[in-house]
Design a protein around this ligand. Structure first.
Ligand code: NAD
Length: 344
């Protein structure tokens, strides 16, 4: 049997459970594993949104907590008798990181280390850390290179660097204290409940309001896109069959440029091309990331199931149908894109 496989019902703590991926994961988990106990632990920053969990609130415990508060984290782990942590909580917006890097290092590095320490004090069966393709830096647009689990860390932005620091902390707790850790580094996610500051919801909500879609001048920069539900099945595979101490890449292999995304969103909504507006690029903007996810596919039998064009059209339609969800959030977005060229 694979090391770390849990047969008994799990008792999960999902940090960042009120955010985009965390809330999708909580929903996925209670649907697939109704016998498990799920605690969503979230500080409810501007990006955390309790209504994301509205349809599953009666099946979970919600704790309003900060991962940087070690005593609250430790108390929650003990009170809820947690055996498995899935750690999503983070500051996640690259643009905000350029303006407020200290916040990112506090939450993503120190917060992760604080949570690791609480886990060590309590003793848990698995600490699964959610990381990103961005820790490896960026790729040239014309290269055949892809990032493997052995690629060197070369973060270029405060967000990337803070996630890289978190990954190092997780590995250090695994090696030094034998905390049973696993890590997944995932490509860009899209799907319902993504805060309207990230590119697909920003383009979609702008188009719905007949406002301009602001494209960074590097319109050919591209990302590998994975539907959030496919990310959830990947984490499930690692929790159930992954080997303690290992890192697994999660990616679809499907790339799309900023220009292609704008075109797909406009076509799905039947809006004109004239809504596209080119604005100055963000400092340090990475050109491209692409993961080799063959380890997860061959060793754990995972594969993504949602085709990009289908998933994107469904996501755009979800935003069209859920204006009441995103409209109040838009006012909470801390960064207004478009002003980098004039920033000091
Ligand atoms: P998000 O910003 O939507 O959600 C982050 C959540 O963490 C929010 O609910 C926020 O309230 C919570 N949080 C922030 N600081 C906290 C703190 N100190 N204590 C407790 N909770 C806190 O982000 P997301 O897009 O859902 O990303 C989740 C995780 O996945 C992050 O670790 C991110 O780095 C990683 N990731 C995201 C993507 C992506 O494309 N979105 C891709 C790869 C990896």
């Amino acid at each position: 049997m694979d090391e770390g496989y849990t047969l008994a019902p799990m008792r999960l703590l999902v940090t960042g459970g009120a955010g985009f991926i965390g809330s999708n994961f909580v929903r996925y988990w209670v649907e697939q594993h109704p016998e498990d106990h799920v605690v969503a632990y979230d500080a409810l920053t501007y990006a955390g949104n309790r209504p994301n969990l509205a349809d599953v609130e009666d099946r979970i415990v919600f704790v309003h907590g900060d991962i940087c508060d070690g005593s609250q984290a430790e108390k929650t782990l003990r009170d809820e008798d947690i055996d498995t942590i899935v750690h999503f909580a983070a500051e996640s917006h690259n643009s905000l990181a350029v303006l407020n890097p200290g916040l990112f290092f506090r939450t993503n590095v120190l917060g992760t280390q604080t949570l690791l320490e609480a886990s060590r004090q309590v003793g848990i069966a698995r600490f699964h850390h959610i990381s990103t393709c961005e820790v490896y830096g960026d790729l040239a647009l014309d290269t055949d290179e892809v990032f493997s689990e052995d690629s060197p860390y070369r973060p270029r932005t405060p967000y990337n660097a803070s996630k890289a620091g978190a990954d190092h902390a997780v590995r250090a707790y695994g090696e030094t204290y034998e905390l049973p850790v696993t890590i997944t580094n995932c490509s860009n996610n899209y799907g319902p409940y993504q805060f309207p500051e990230k590119v697909i919801p920003v383009f979609t909500t702008s188009a719905l309001d007949d406002k301009n879609l602001t494209l960074y001048a590097t319109t050919e920069n591209r990302r590998e896109w994975l539907h959030v539900r496919d990310h959830c099945t990947a984490i499930e595979a690692v929790l159930q069959r992954g080997k303690v101490g290992e890192t697994y890449h999660v990616g679809s292999g499907v790339e799309a440029s900023i220009m292609e995304i704008a075109d797909l969103v406009l076509a799905t909504l039947g809006k004109p091309d004239s809504l596209k507006e080119i604005v100055p690029d963000r400092p340090g903007h990475d050109r491209r990331y692409l993961l080799d996810s063959s380890k997860l596919r061959t060793q754990l039998g995972w594969a993504p199931e949602i085709p990009w064009e289908v998933g994107l059209a469904e996501t755009v339609e979800w935003y069209a149908a859920n204006r009441a969800w995103w409209e109040p959030l838009r006012a909470r977005a801390p960064v207004v894109e478009g002003g980098w060229g004039t920033a000091g």
